[in-house]
Design a protein around this ligand. Structure first.
Ligand SMILES: [Zn+2]
Length: 262
């Protein structure tokens, strides 16, 4: 018995079906280089697994650009604008909620998108990750015209496209218990959630084509949380059924969409 037995059995099912169990790794809140970021990038590089960093557009700095430049496994998507909470006091935190005018939000996002595209060049993939995974419905139809081809929140996506021209691929497993002192939930609990999402996809209890997203927060991660990611990648990378996708493939963005959006 190892802690990976249930995941192995699940991957066996996918292999028998001849279908890839697609997965992706999204890391939120990147701003600057740090030992924690280096740890994450080293793990991704060692296993040659792509990592998608959601960078805070207004504050991402040159140390982040340099750190990513040295890591072939990393691509960048846009984590809102300044990661500032604009929600009324009684409501849950949100930067992009419908409480603010659509054009005010779009102006910020366009500015942020231009900044990240300029700083990260081809590493930048025009996908929006709303801070706190919350975005007002009124904003969604305007995002493609503002240069975004994808959206990523949390939980099973309601449909393949959040709006015409806006592919949605969410994260599904967050191994941090934010309301319990930001503690790591533990490798077994995290694995259980990954297996549960894969099994739900296989049973068509949710969208079978949505890649299973593991969400990391390098700045909140402890050694045990990093070890879990390291062990998971080491274990799954050799499995033919487990396919870790980069952002462009997770969102099935065509090369021409990437070029015209840059
Ligand atoms: Zn965030």
């Amino acid at each position: 018995m190892t802690r990976f037995d249930a995941l192995d059995r699940e991957l066996d099912h996918w292999e028998a079906l001849g279908r890839p169990a697609t997965l992706w790794l999204r890391d939120d809140d990147a701003c600057a280089d740090s030992p924690a970021l280096q740890r994450l990038l080293a793990i991704a590089s060692e296993h040659a697994v792509p990592v998608t960093l959601a960078a805070i557009a207004a504050t991402a700095d040159s140390t982040l650009v340099d750190a990513l430049g040295a890591c072939d496994a990393a691509s960048v998507v846009q984590h809102g604008y300044a990661h500032r909470n604009h929600a009324p006091a009684a409501e849950r935190s949100a930067e992009l909620g419908d409480g603010r005018d659509v054009n005010v939000r779009l102006d910020e996002l366009r500015r942020g998108r231009a900044r990240l595209a300029q700083a990260f060049g081809e590493r930048f993939v025009p996908v929006l990750v709303p801070p706190w995974n919350r975005v007002g419905d009124a904003l969604l139809p305007h995002l493609p015209a503002a240069g975004f081809a994808g959206l990523s929140c949390f939980g099973p996506r309601p449909s393949r496209d959040a709006a015409p021209g806006l592919a949605q691929v969410n994260a599904h497993v967050d191994p941090i218990a934010w309301r319990r002192d930001r503690a790591f939930i533990g490798a077994d609990a995290a694995l259980e959630r990954i297996v549960a999402h894969l099994a739900a996809r296989r049973a068509h209890a949710c969208d079978a084509d949505e890649p299973t997203g593991l969400l990391t927060h390098h700045l909140a991660f402890t050694g045990a949380a990093f070890d879990f990611v390291d062990d998971l990648l080491r274990h799954t990378r050799p499995r033919r059924a487990a396919v870790w996708l980069d952002a462009a493939h997770a969102f099935a963005l065509r090369p021409e969409a990437l070029i015209c959006c840059r």
